[in-house]
Design a protein around this ligand. Structure first.
Ligand code: ADP
Length: 293
């Protein structure tokens, strides 16, 4: 069982030949509305990867909240504990031009109100094999959840994204860190961190490098490069979310960690085959098929 503690946003994505500049209005070509936010994405990814998943987060009292809950539930995630707070849901306003260049404004809305976890929420954390969190909700809340996880033997996987510094109080509770290069630099305070530098902070870590694969390191002395799977890349959005979720699922199933990282790499690669974020997240069969190559 996996519990995901994190953000849920409605992504409003418009495409146009060129991005508007300040005070300019541009006539666009297409529009889609899809659930997003790293928390919701990773919850959906974990469900598709085959886990039983509880999502802890907050949606607003607007119509986006209603749609978000429906879409996350339809993906097979238990949203029974999802909070509704008075006010707007988290929203990402995304504009994409013909070259794929984008402009994104995220308003956290209800995500910012996810503070002070309830007994029921903490019980859901304690009941899971693995807890997965990111940094799009208040860091105090992630810490609170991690304390509960630790007390119950639930493993803590932190995807320290978006890039920022993280209090030692939280890092001390992390069993597995997943970061890309930008996030690793923000965490370690070094421009270009060697993967081993992450072991000063946590006992196990994965550094993802997009098409260059990933490094897995741990304090037992393992330093292993896991190459990326070769696929026809369409859009790498949410590859990190697919990777983190699959890693948590495989670890929760008791698989060997290096094999879990390889399986996660297959999930990340599968995600890049399709356009979009949550809609591109792979199901277990596709991950297994790539992993078996
Ligand atoms: P993020 O989206 O968080 O920056 P990455 O881009 O590093 O994360 O992607 C996470 C993982 O997904 C990579 O370590 C790799 O295994 C897989 N992946 C990402 N991009 C590609 C790609 N172009 N081809 C194959 N695998 C990829």
């Amino acid at each position: 069982r996996v519990v995901v503690v994190g953000s849920a946003n409605m992504d409003l994505v418009g495409t146009a030949p060129a991005l508007p500049r300040a005070r300019e209005t541009v006539l666009g070509t297409d529009f889609v509305m899809v659930p997003g936010g790293k928390g919701a994405n990773q919850a959906i990814a974990a469900a598709r990867a085959g886990a039983s998943v509880v999502f802890l987060g907050a949606i607003g009292s607007d119509s986006f909240g209603v749609t978000l809950r429906a879409r996350i539930t339809a993906a097979g995630v238990d949203t029974g504990q999802l909070r509704v707070t008075y006010g707007p849901s988290g929203v990402a306003l995304v504009m994409v031009d013909a070259e794929g260049e984008n402009l994104i404004l995220v308003t956290p809305g209800a995500n910012a109100s996810l503070v002070g976890l309830t007994d029921a929420e903490l019980a859901a954390v304690r009941g899971a094999d693995v807890m997965v969190a990111q940094l799009e909700i208040p860091v105090e809340t992630v810490t609170e959840a991690a304390v509960a996880a630790r007390s119950a033997g639930t493993r803590v996987v932190l995807n320290a994204a978006p890039a920022r510094q993280v209090p030692a109080e939280l890092l001390d509770l992390v069993d597995m860190l997943v970061v890309n290069e930008v996030e690793a630099a923000a965490l370690t305070g070094r421009g270009r961190a060697a993967p081993e530098a992450l072991l000063d902070l946590v006992p196990r870590a994965v550094l993802t490098l997009g098409a260059d694969g990933a490094w897995y390191v741990d304090r037992d002395g393992t330093v292993a490069h896991v190459p990326a799977f070769e696929v026809e890349v369409v859009d790498s959005t949410a590859a990190g979310d697919a990777f983190t979720a699959a890693l948590a699922v495989a670890w929760g199933e008791g698989r060997d960690l290096l094999d879990a990282v390889r399986w996660a790499a297959a999930a990340g690669a599968a995600c890049t085959r399709r356009l979009g974020a949550s809609v591109a997240l792979p199901h277990r069969a596709e991950i297994d098929e790539l992993h078996a190559r």
